[in-house]
Design a protein around this ligand. Structure first.
Ligand code: ADP
Ligand code: TRP
Length: 324
C-alpha cells in the first residue's frame, strides 16, 4: 500500500496544514510505503520570487523532518526532482475535457473574486493528478479542501485507462478526524486569510495570537457551548481525550472564562511544538544532510515515475529515443 501526498511551499506551515495533512503523513509511515513531496511546481502559480521559493522549499523539508518524518521509512523529495510529472500532466490534459477543469473550486474561487487566473491555476488539477498517478499511489492523505482534486484524479485515471489501456491505479483520499481546522477568526485556517497559527512561530507571538482568538460574549458565569468555540476546536487537537472531555464539561457547567481555555491552549501548543522548534533548528544547521535526504528520496521516487512513464508512453504511442 502506497501513501502519497504533497505540501506546497507557499508560506509558513500552520496548524491547519499540520493537523489535517502532515500529521497523517507522518503517522502513515508506519503502515504504508510513504511518498511525500514538496510541491514546488505548484507554488509557481503564486510565488514569483526565486530566492523566496528556494527558501520555502527548504523550509517544508525542515518542517517534515522536525515533526518526525523518518527518511529511513518514508521517501521525502522535491516535486521538481521528478520532472516527468510535468510530462504526465500534459498527457492527462489530452484525455481530459475542459469542462472538468471549469468545475475546479480553486479556479472558480479565483473567478468569483474577480482575479484573472493564470493557466497554472487552471491546469493545477492536471499536475496534481500526475503527482498522484505517476507513483501508482493508493491513498492520498489530505485536508477536506483537496478532496475534489482526488476525485478529478480518479476521473482522469479512468479517461486514460479507457482511451488506451489499464495503466493507472485508482487512488483514494484519506481524511483525518479533523478535516477542517478553524483559524483564530473561526474561518478555515489559511495562509491567505491571515488567521493562522504557525507550527514554528515565535512563542510570544503565538501566545498573543491564541489570546486573541475570537470568542462570543457569553459572560463567565454562564454555560458555554464547546462545539461552537474556536478555542475548544483547537484545544481538542492538542489535549488528551480525557482532558478534552473535562474542558467540555467545564464549558457546559458555566463559571469558566474563555481566557482560561486560551491559556491552556497556549501551554499545550508550547508543550507540543516547543521541542520540535529545537529539532528544526538542529536540522537547519545541517543543510547538506537535508539535501542528501531529498536526493535519496528523489532517486527512489524517480525510479518509480520513470517506469510508469515508460508504460504511459508505450500505451499512448509516444516514442522517445532511449538515450540521446
Ligand atoms: P492554505 O489554505 O493555508 O494555503 P494549503 O492549500 O497549502 O493551505 O494546504 C496544504 C494542506 O493542508 C492541504 O492538504 C490542505 O487540505 C490542508 N489544510 C490547509 N488548511 C487547512 C485547514 N484549515 N483545515 C484543514 N486542512 C487544511
Ligand atoms: N494541492 C495540494 C495543496 O494545495 C498540494 C499537492 C500537490 C498535493 N500535489 C499533490 C497533495 C498531490 C496531494 C497529492 O495542498
Amino acid at each position: 500500500m502506497r501513501s502519497l501526498s504533497g505540501i506546497k511551499p507557499t508560506g509558513d506551515l500552520h496548524l491547519g496544514n499540520y493537523f489535517a495533512a502532515m500529521k497523517q503523513h507522518i503517522e502513515l509511515q508506519d503502515e504504508c510505503e510513504g511518498f511525500y513531496f514538496i510541491a514546488n511546481y505548484h507554488s509557481l502559480t503564486t510565488v514569483k520570487d526565486a530566492d523566496y521559493l528556494r527558501q520555502l522549499t527548504l523550509n517544508v523539508a525542515l518542517d517534515y523532518l522536525a515533526m518526525g518524518l523518518d527518511p529511513a521509512r518514508a521517501c521525502l523529495f522535491r516535486q521538481s526532482d521528478v520532472p516527468e510529472v510535468t510530462e504526465l500532466s500534459w498527457i492527462l490534459g489530452c484525455v481530459t475535457g475542459k469542462g472538468l477543469m471549469d468545475r475546479a473550486t480553486t479556479y472558480k474561487d479565483h473567478v468569483a473574486k474577480g482575479i484573472v487566473p493564470n493557466m497554472g491555476v487552471y491546469c493545477y488539477p492536471l499536475l496534481m493528478a500526475a503527482d498522484i498517478l505517476i507513483y501508482r499511489s493508493n491513498i492520498v492523505p489530505v485536508g477536506k479542501d483537496q478532496v475534489q482534486h482526488i476525485e478529478f484524479t480518479q476521473d482522469m485515471a479512468g479517461y486514460f485507462n479507457q482511451t488506451y489501456r489499464e495503466v493507472f491505479t485508482r487512488p483514494e483520499a484519506r481524511l483525518n478526524e479533523t478535516p477542517v481546522v478553524p483559524g483564530i477568526d473561526g474561518q478555515k485556517m489559511s495562509k491567505s486569510y491571515g488567521n493562522f497559527i504557525e507550527l514554528f512561530g515565535d512563542p510570544k507571538a503565538v501566545r498573543k495570537k491564541i489570546m486573541a482568538i475570537k470568542t462570543d460574549s457569553t459572560p463567565v458565569e454562564e454555560p458555554k457551548n464547546p462545539e461552537t468555540c474556536n478555542v475548544f476546536a483547537l484545544l481538542k487537537l492538542m489535549a488528551t481525550p480525557e482532558e478534552t472531555a473535562a474542558w467540555a464539561q467545564r464549558y457546559r457547567a458555566g463559571g469558566m472564562g474563555y481566557g482560561e481555555a486560551k491559556k491552556r491552549l497556549a501551554e499545550l501548543y508550547e508543550e507540543r511544538f516547543g521541542p520540535r522548534r529545537e529539532a528544526r533548528a538542529r536540522w537547519a544547521a545541517r543543510p547538506d544532510d537535508v539535501e542528501d535526504i531529498l536526493r535519496t528520496g528523489a532517486r527512489k521516487a524517480r525510479a518509480v515515475a520513470q517506469a510508469v512513464m515508460a508504460d504511459v508512453r508505450a500505451a499512448c504511442g509516444i516514442v522517445t529515443a532511449p538515450s540521446l
